[in-house]
Structures are given as structure tokens and as C-alpha cells.
Design a protein around this ligand. Structure first.
Ligand SMILES: Nc1nc2c(ncn2[C@@H]2O[C@H](COP(=O)(O)OP(=O)(O)OP(=O)(O)O)[C@@H](O)[C@H]2O)c(=O)[nH]1
Ligand SMILES: [Mg+2]
Length: 199
């Protein structure tokens, strides 16, 4: 198996949920802990990118390291928590040493290790010019549960420095491999209190 790093994003505002999604209990486990456990079954190292690591230091997070997210020079300090997942990803990616990285949101309670392992097994056959391998659906790419090549960092930074904040818009500019997904439930992400009872 190829060496892999995972990045878990835990710097969102959870404004629709009304409380920090990373700490919501799913079958007794804080969601961030659950996602990092899945990430750790596929990757050798897990980076948790967040501006508020003190909230999560008490969790059991094997193989994991925090990456302290910082404000961009173009943004005032108070905008730190709203600069969005693409900026958090870029700050995490700057630390990655492996060719491929698995990017995960922290609000994915239905992740399946077997599916991620199947996807991982395909990575060594991905064409050289491809920058990411992701699930595609009618609304576009699923950017927060899939794989990126480390060498996409320069184009990602260029896009961000020009003011871009949309994964969809950035991904449109590059070749991306489509990953198969038989059961879309795995990508269920919990955004509102109404998403919780179904879990
Ligand atoms: N590190 C980091 N992660 C982020 C940032 N914005 C969103 N995320 C993460 O990206 C993932 C998807 O985010 P959303 O589902 O939109 O969650 P959110 O932004 O916390 O929630 P809303 O405020 O309700 O939109 C979650 O894992 C968030 O924690 C950010 O600025 N930095
Ligand atoms: Mg979400």
C-alpha cells in the first residue's frame, strides 16, 4: 500500500448546527475522534487543521497531530474562523510529505474504512496529470472526502491568493479522477440538528 497522510478539517463555525460539530457524540464518541480513527486506519499520519486545538486536546486521537490554522495576511484576524475549508486544506497540505493525502471533513459520521481502502488501492494507477481523486455527483465534486496529490499545493495557493475560495471552481481547472461510490450514505455530513436523529 502506498504511504498516505490524512488531513481532517475542524475549523468550521458549525453555525447551522449551533454547537461545535466536531464534539457531537455519535454512539458515545465525539465526531472528530470517530473521523480521526477512520483516517488513521487508512493513513500513517493524521493532521487536524483547526484554529482552536484546545477544544480537542482531551480527545483520544492516535496518529494525529494538530496544525494550528492561521489568518491569511489578506484577512483581518477576526475573519480567521470564516476563511473556509479550502484555506484550512492548503495550510495542512503544506506539511504533507507523502505523494497523496486523504482530505476529510470532521462532520462525516458514516465513513467506511473499506470504501476508503478500496479507493486508496487505486491511487498508484492514477494518471500523472491528475491532481485529485473524488466522488462526482450532480451538484459537482465531493471535495471533503477524497484524495489530492501533494503537488497541487502551488496551484491551490495561487487560486487562494487570487481570492478564490471555492473547491468546485478550483477543481474545474484541473484533471480529476472520478471515484466510484455504490452507497452515497457514506458521504452524509451532519450540518443541522435535524441531520442528527437519523444517525
Ligand atoms: N480548518 C478549517 N476547517 C473548516 C473551515 N471552514 C469549514 N471547515 C471544515 O470543513 C468541513 C465542512 O464544513 P461545513 O459543513 O460547511 O461546516 P461549518 O463551516 O462548520 O458549518 P456552517 O457554519 O453551518 O456552514 C467541516 O469539517 C468544517 O469543520 C475553516 O475555515 N478552516
Ligand atoms: Mg458539512
Amino acid at each position: 500500500m502506498i504511504p498516505l497522510t490524512a488531513i481532517v478539517l475542524a475549523g468550521g463555525k458549525s453555525s447551522r448546527m449551533g454547537r461545535d460539530k466536531a464534539l457531537i457524540l455519535i454512539e458515545g464518541l465525539p465526531l472528530l475522534q470517530l473521523v480521526c480513527r477512520v483516517a488513521g486506519s487508512c493513513a500513517d499520519t493524521v493532521y487536524i487543521v483547526t484554529p482552536w486545538q484546545e477544544r480537542y486536546e482531551h480527545l483520544i486521537l492516535p496518529k494525529s497531530q494538530f496544525i494550528q490554522e492561521v489568518a491569511l495576511s489578506v484577512e483581518p484576524e477576526q475573519k480567521l474562523s470564516s476563511h473556509g475549508p479550502i484555506v484550512g486544506f492548503a495550510q495542512g497540505l503544506a506539511h504533507v510529505q507523502t505523494e497523496w493525502v486523504l482530505l476529510l471533513a470532521c462532520d462525516l459520521p458514516k465513513l467506511r474504512v473499506a470504501v476508503l481502502q478500496d479507493w486508496k488501492a487505486e491511487l498508484d494507477t492514477v494518471e500523472d496529470d491528475v491532481i485529485a481523486a473524488l466522488v462526482y455527483h450532480v451538484k459537482g465534486w465531493e471535495p471533503l472526502c477524497g484524495f489530492y496529490r501533494r503537488r497541487c499545493l502551488p496551484t491551490l495557493l495561487e487560486y487562494i491568493n487570487q481570492g478564490g475560495r471555492s473547491f468546485q471552481e478550483w477543481l474545474k481547472q484541473h484533471p480529476v479522477k472520478v471515484l466510484p461510490l455504490a452507497d452515497p450514505e457514506m458521504l452524509l455530513n451532519c450540518n443541522t440538528p435535524e441531520d442528527l436523529p437519523s444517525l
